[in-house]
Design a protein around this ligand. Structure first.
Ligand code: SF4
Ligand code: SF4
Length: 260
């Protein structure tokens, strides 16, 4: 099943899952690594001897859940994103699930997101409690997700929910050319879904700042309205002049025979 669908079988999962007794004691690692590949950063990250030394670099991780203190240091070290930490003792109602997350934009604490199972199906709304994203984490942020206990063993990933947009149409997006959020929304509704198209029609991004401020806002608006991710979209093309130039200056340059 793993080879065909990428989803482990219940038997494979059971083999690597901590016992009920261990889960009752506090946070504990779950390593769902099922392929024999030359990799061992999980072992080198763990200073509790919870992930045993690999005899052969291709071995599967050998985890001693009783030695694990749930520190989570190994989560961001795993290139396969195969490690999470589950704390069934977090509160009376909720468990804490810590997962690696390498997508953008990152959620922020307080966001309500979709809790997904191993097949990517939504199980339940979950709350982002914390986002860890320090330099120590090898560019793999770790999300702390508060999950209703009944779902906590099955929630292994998350997907953001569309954000409700409360910003008014009158909000100025491009201060250089007085373009509002309403203007951008109208453009996208009319079928102009690239930054370049919107720039040419509204002049947003053509002022002295050359889109430094409005470019990202326009991208985000297109992304929200079209459902495309920000990564799929581009900021468009920017060309000189990069600052306002008076016609007189251009004329003087021409009189001197210089190129403008
Ligand atoms: S959570 Fe901490 S103690 Fe547990 S296996 Fe990972 S690094 Fe080791
Ligand atoms: S670091 Fe991750 S992918 Fe590599 S062996 Fe450990 S759990 Fe598996």
């Amino acid at each position: 099943m793993l080879e065909k669908t990428g989803v482990a079988t219940p038997e494979e999962i059971e083999k690597v899952f901590p016992s009920e007794e261990r889960l009752k004691k506090g946070p504990v690692v779950i390593v769902e690594c099922f392929r024999e590949i030359p990799c061992n950063p999980c072992y080198t990250a763990c200073n509790q001897n919870a992930i045993k030394e690999f005899i052969d670099i291709n071995d599967l991780p050998n985890v001693d859940h009783d030695n694990c203190n749930g520190c989570g240091l190994c989560i961001s070290k795993c290139p396969g994103l195969a490690i999470r930490v589950l704390d069934m003792t977090w509160s009376d109602e909720e468990a804490m699930v810590r997962i690696p997350y390498e997508f953008l934009p990152l959620p922020v604490a307080g966001d309500i997101v979709d809790g997904l199972d191993r097949e990517g199906n939504k199980l339940v709304d979950v709350r982002v409690e914390k986002v860890q994203n320090s330099k120590m984490m090898d560019k793999t942020p770790v999300l702390w997700l508060a999950v209703k206990k009944a779902f906590a063993k099955e929630v292994v990933f998350m997907k953001p929910q569309p954000r409700k947009d409360t910003r008014a149409d009158e909000t100025i997006v491009c201060r250089c050319s007085d373009v509002t959020l309403g203007d951008i929304r109208q453009m996208v509704e009319d079928g102009y879904t690239t930054v370049d198209e919107i720039k040419r029609l509204t002049r947003a991004g053509m002022g002295p700042c050359q889109g430094k401020t409005c470019g990202q806002i326009i991208l985000r608006e297109i992304s929200m309205m079209t459902g495309k991710s920000m990564e799929e979209l581009t900021l468009g093309t920017y060309r000189p002049p990069i600052k306002s130039v008076k016609l007189g200056e251009i004329a003087k340059t021409a009189e001197r025979g210089e190129e403008s």
